[in-house]
Ligand binder design. Sequence first.
Ligand code: PLP
Length: 389
Amino acid sequence: MSKYFETQAIRNQTERTQFLEHSTPLYLTSSFVFENAEEMRSSFAEEKQRNLYSRFTNPNTTEFVDKIVQMEGAEAGYAFATGMSAIFSSFAALLNAGDHVVSCRSVFGSTHSMFTKFLPKWNIETSYFKVDEVDLLESLIQKNTKILYIETPTNPAVDILDLDLIGRIAKKYNLIFIVDNCFATPYIQQPIKFGADLVIHSATKLIDGQGRVLGGVTVGSKDLIREIYLFARNTGPAMSPFNAWVLSKSLETLAIRVEKHCENALKVAQFLEENNKVTLVKYPFLKSHPQYKVARKQMKLGGNIVAFEIRGGIEAGRNFLNNIKMCTLSANLGDTRTIVTHPSSTTHGRLSEEDRLEVGITNGLVRISVGLENVNDIIEDIEQALNRI
Ligand SMILES: Cc1ncc(COP(=O)(O)O)c(C=O)c1O
């Protein structure tokens, strides 16, 4: 097999059937058949590697997982119905009652709810460090700490955490280092190279890239994935074969799509930096980004998310959204269509201003998921919306 990302993403596929199809078929089947009792016994005893039931494995989910495993430089993986089921199942499989987690405070909202509302039911507590407090991280580690968790870039403030530095801390204290790599995709960043034990994706975002299906995946070392697989096989959060088929096709074009997303996003970020209604622009590959050097060290490109601060706070942010004509107001990201959101009046509207500021969400912060439309149209829409505030 080729050493190149693009070729692997296209040529790594299920074995051809007797029909000699060119493109992988869709295996919509809940279960698989056995020749006789002995074959069934040995298959269930895992003496034989084969598909038994689609809650465990299916050719389409295996093809999708194999591609992500290869892209991330992992040993094994398992595909889930959503990004959140990948995150929850990975924690649920690896933690015992009384364990402790250390996490960056800037994590996706539902991940934060898992830490604060659900894991405490099993007496699992989480301690947080802010993106600019990595030096405090070691002081949060306790005897019962088992997992160190981060996202980079973070959602929605596009902060960057140093994977190499945090990976070394995880190793020193023998913690399982888990990275949500959703904003970067494996094309831009491979956390395992920097010491991550597990990498999680919401495949719903850039991996699908066209806003069609939900999906999630966890990849990493064989031993950890085995525990996650056994949990998932019994509790049932599996990705559907149909979604796996869609997502595996999406991976064939991931490289070329992400290249274009990032080219457009950099141009949008550069445009915003010059606009006098904008007081701050956060994009990892702008020299003005506070963690620019770290971003250049660990990311191949800057990603497709640009965050910026509009002069005038909450009202200005809301007006900007109301003035938008072509781009879409939607909760998703990583779509071909450019999407704008104003977190402090929408997704994070129920938090206090103080809590929002903790995760870098200022009142006028707007998040743009830059799409694949012609960048002139994207910039024109943003410019006219800013002009009319
Ligand atoms: C960084 C990050 N992680 C996880 C998720 C959850 O993914 P899903 O919506 O597929 O459950 C999201 C969704 O927006 C996300 O942005």
